[in-house]
Design a protein around this ligand. Sequence first.
Ligand SMILES: Cc1cc2nc3c(=O)[nH]c(=O)nc-3n(C[C@H](O)[C@H](O)[C@H](O)COP(=O)(O)O)c2cc1C
Length: 395
Amino acid sequence: MMYETRTLYDKEKIGSMTLFDRFVRSATYEGIASNKGEVTQALIKLYDKIADGAGLIITGHMYVHPLGKAASHQTGIYKDTLIPGLIKLANTVQYGERVHYNERSRVAFQLSHAGMSTSSRMIGTTPLAPSNNVVNPYTLKKPKEMSHEEILEVIDAFRIAALRAFEAEADAIQIHAAHGYLVSQFLSPFFNHRYDEWGGSDENRFRFLKEIIVSIRKELPRFPLIVKLNQCDWLPKGITPRLTAIYARWLEKLGVDAIEISGGTVSHSVFNMCRGEVPVNEIVQAQPEKFRPAIEEKFNKMVGKFDFEEAYNLEGAKVVADSVKNIPIILVGGLRKQATMKQIVQQNERIRFVSQSRPYIKIEGACISCNRCLAAVSNDLPIRCYERGFPKKKD
Ligand SMILES: Cc1cc2nc3c(=O)[nH]c(=O)nc-3n(C[C@H](O)[C@H](O)[C@H](O)COP(=O)(O)O)c2cc1C
């Protein structure tokens, strides 16, 4: 078979976009936009550093609506005035050092809404979710169940954000439908307990993502469009590989160009998203004083239960890959050794790209999966490798 001769350095397409190799830098929140979501010089510097590092570079999640903001220094794409900064970001990746245009990295903007995976402190009001009966384990607060009008408003926010990404010269967009953010909350029976047209059956839980894709495709029929999905939530009655396989088949029919497969949720099972160490101290110190003992106890129980494994989403991704006919699958999660990655793309026809996040944070040297970069998110620190510990607080 053709795919047995693949290498990691083959050119490969996602929709109309040709990538110079099979490496993808998976979406990674950067923590260095302004607090209104504007692109900063620090962001440009970061993307300048990683440009050329992979055929496709996916930005950190950008919030499409003010109520979908997940973190204070997250990049925004919720209003037109953000576009000039976003153009600079896209061009920084596209005009890296490589001489020929065909050899340069392409950049995808990841579009996201946090849903209940944020706090009222962050957005100034109760976070939104498909249903209001799942408590946020960090804030211990319940979200607000979205009305039909609020659902339509967010679908439209994704559509307009896609148009902004196109105007900002991004080569592609990725809809963040993984990790327990809003789209993934709609897809997952763990979070979605609705019994109207937006829940109660697989078709209905899929409708929110479907309407986002349909509305974008209407206006941007050929703009490369990727969706990031969980193969598994690791939650009771949550998403499973078999359910994701159904969603993936529907997405292919809707004209999506590729699917990236991940797992875990930031709110309930974050170390399934990023297997490795559980940095208890760094997580606890981000929490308000009164919550610290309970959070410490909870995270102490997780220590040693999420040890790093290579390619930990592979088995689930294979189930999903079997359900699509033509589009490529991008695999993410614990991909480290080139020999393993090569074997994966040679043994699985549809898995054509290998995606990594933490190794690009480390930039040089091997990532040890200490997960302090992940704990940096809740500490509101810029994301970089904190293998040697967090900087000392000035106060
Ligand atoms: C600090 C940090 C920030 C992340 N931000 C995002 C994000 O913005 N969007 C997203 O889809 N995934 C995000 N992820 C998850 C990664 O894209 C990836 O799915 C996960 O880290 C597993 O891949 P890895 O083993 O190569 O790190 C983030 C991970 C880390 C460590």
